[in-house]
Design a protein around this ligand. Structure first.
Ligand code: GLU
Length: 448
């Protein structure tokens, strides 16, 4: 059976690093199995969903290189939910409830006050036919709850958490439909997973108790012959937290735009998030196929995964140092060629810094003031500069012999005169890029 995974964001905001990680893992799971990765837009909440976010989600996935193999939208599937709802109603698995939000809140408070868990008391199920009719006559429209089956424990073998067991009696019958007819998340998601043939539901551990409920929905829908499909496998990954170990607000708003602005390469984010929270080492791996091949849910830990910007920066720099000229060419300053890229690349944390370093080649550069003996030394350097295969080593060897200088006094004044800086790219690579005429002019100017 083809593996089918899905990423199901609600378009009520931009993707943040936590959603990106979930999307990535679903993509990897599908790719590793040679299956399909689907995007499902969870836009049943018409009030909060925005088209601009749908577009931003698609654009972010494209930037990350996680293009889906297909897309579905919940707002286009409302008839399906209606049909599933009718099937469940016929099977006696949904029931109308008339409590107001205030009444429910009061019940909760009383339960908590008595030290009891705030589980819905199924008051609506106890209403007589007449009481229900009276509510309707008063014009109270019901909301609808899914009736959990209390007889069997809910169990599944979670891909990350192992054997899971829930007592349905310890859960509230979930509200699946509001009084205005609109849908809450729970049922549409289960219906879609069945209709789309999703084989693996991989999501954050904040959904564990939803899974318990949805497992009963899948079973009920299959039993009601709404669908012939099989129940998917489930896996819940530990949540992503900030370095300080807490769920942070900052992470919840940290998205692709912010990373792009900082100069983070999508492959750096992918390499980090692919393995963060697993027992596999986070490494600057540029090859997607290597990350996909090593993807393994059994290496995922139960402890929260810690997201550290400094680690992302390290991975980014290491990946920039490996990037080919052809993959960055269009982002480099005018005139910077392959040799230039190779000379400068080891100094970069981000590709956009190439422009600053390239100015060392194109000039103008600002030289420091040199002491008299260094000026004489630089004048000597200008005289001895000769052009060949390797002008830097030719020059420094000649100067070493002529002046007896070595180490820092030999190299530093030259670097300062030629680039205006104390450190930077390998001079042997840089000098040929500066060129003979310009290099001599800089040495002469420094010596003056
Ligand atoms: N729209 C839901 C969310 O963003 C989807 C959860 C799921 O993967 O089923 O939390």
């Amino acid at each position: 059976m083809t593996t089918i995974t899905r990423f199901a964001p609600s378009p009520t905001g931009r993707l943040h690093v936590g959603n990106i990680r979930t999307a990535l893992h679903n993509w990897m799971l599908a790719r590793k199995a040679g299956g399909r990765f689907m995007l499902r837009i969870d836009d049943t909440d018409a009030e909060r969903s925005r088209e601009e976010y749908v577009e931003a989600i698609r654009a972010d996935l494209a930037w990350l290189g996680l293009e889906p193999d297909g897309e579905e939208r919940q707002s286009l599937r409302l008839a399906k939910y209606e049909a599933a709802f009718e099937a469940l109603k016929a099977a006696g698995r949904v029931y109308p409830a008339y409590e107001t939000a205030q009444e429910l809140e009061l019940k909760r408070k009383i339960q908590l006050g008595r030290g009891l868990p705030p589980i819905y008391d199924r008051g609506a199920l106890k209403l007589t036919q007449d009481e229900r009719a009276a509510k309707e006559a008063e014009g109270v429209a019901p909301h609808w709850r899914f009736k959990l089956d209390h007889d069997e424990p809910i169990t599944w073998d979670d891909g990350v958490r192992g054997a899971q067991k829930f007592d349905a009696a310890q859960l509230s019958d979930p509200v699946i439909r509001r009084a205005d007819g609109s849908w809450l998340y729970m049922l549409p998601s289960a219906v879609d997973d069945l209709d789309m043939g999703v084989t693996d539901v991989l999501r954050g551990e904040d959904h564990v108790s939803n899974t318990a409920v949805q497992i009963q929905m899948f079973t009920a829908l299959i039993a009601a012959q709404y669908a012939a499909a099989k129940m998917p496998r489930f896996a819940h990954e530990a949540l992503l937290v900030g370095r300080e170990g807490k769920l942070s607000k900052r992470l919840g708003s940290l998205g692709c735009d912010a990373f792009r602005e900082k100069g983070i390469e999508p492959q750096a984010l992918v390499a980090l998030l692919a393995r963060l929270g697993t027992s596999q080492p986070v490494e600057p791996i540029a090859e997607r196929s290597a990350l996909v091949d090593s993807f393994d849910l059994s290496t995922f830990g139960r402890a929260p995964a810690k997201f550290d910007d400094a680690e992302l920066e390290r991975i980014n720099a290491a990946l920039v140092h490996q990037m080919d000229f052809t993959s960055v060419e269009h982002r480099l300053p005018e005139g910077m060629d392959e040799a230039g890229w190779h000379a400068i690349r080891p100094n970069l944390s981000h590709v956009h810094e190439a422009a600053d370093w390239w100015r060392l080649v194109t000039g103008p550069i600002e030289q420091p003031e040199f002491a008299e003996d260094d000026r004489a030394y630089l004048a000597e350097a200008a005289r001895r500069l000769a052009w060949g295969d390797d002008p830097w080593h030719a020059l420094t060897n000649a100067l070493k012999e002529a002046t007896g200088r070595k180490g820092k006094p030999l190299f530093l004044p030259l670097r300062q005169a030629l680039t205006g800086m104390d450190h930077g790219p390998d001079m042997a690579e840089l000098l040929p890029l500066i060129g003979e005429v310009e290099a001599r002019a800089r040495l002469v100017r420094a010596a003056a």
